[in-house]
Design a protein around this ligand. Structure first.
Ligand SMILES: [Zn+2]
Ligand SMILES: [Zn+2]
Length: 176
């Protein structure tokens, strides 16, 4: 299980938003998503909150609701908050899949998401980890339109071979 949110490329914290290229140290909040296949990071992304919200606004209302429901129905946020609060070790937040609870040390394929304020990791609901099985189920809840928006976004921002990145399911990683 990987618990760092540095850029794989530089080994250091991400510096720029992948979409608008703003300095993340200037952005009040930014998010980082990574996807692993066979323990190897196949996809990583850092995005400022403005771009993230802009991205979200392009998704269909139906998909946004479906994604929210999927997370909400399967995650006991209250229990998580009681157990972890906002001051546990980062690894503690990633020890199991957010939606099915499977022990993450048994996983080889999964995605993680984290939220930072400037360079500081924000703890609470995030950071989170989702196993590839749940991610596939989540992908099934969203509309084709949302799927296309997201695939196009990845294609535009990660040109070249990385745009062909796919999970074993054939889908591209989702934003957690
Ligand atoms: Zn941005
Ligand atoms: Zn799961």
């Amino acid at each position: 299980m990987h618990e760092d949110f540095n850029s794989l490329e530089t080994g250091k914290p991400f510096t720029h938003c992948c979409t608008c290229d703003c300095l993340l140290s200037d952005a009040s909040i930014h998010v980082i998503n990574k996807s692993y296949v066979a323990h190897e990071c196949i996809f990583e992304l850092a995005m400022c909150m403005e771009c993230r919200e802009d991205m979200n606004s392009k998704l269909s209302e139906e998909s946004r609701v479906a994604m929210f429901d999927f997370m909400h129905d399967r995650t006991d946020m209250k229990k998580r908050e009681l157990e972890l609060g906002s001051d546990a070790e980062p690894a503690a937040y990633l020890k199991s899949c957010i939606t099915c609870g499977i022990d993450s040390t048994t996983l080889t394929n999964y995605s993680t998401g984290a939220m930072f304020s400037h360079q500081e990791l924000q703890k609470g609901p995030f950071p989170i980890l989702m196993c590839s099985t749940c991610e596939e189920q989540l992908a099934e809840t969203i509309s084709d339109e949302t799927r296309n928006t997201w695939d196009k976004f990845i294609g535009e921002h990660f040109p070249g071979p990385p745009s062909e990145i796919k999970l074993p399911s054939g889908n591209k990683p989702l934003l957690l």
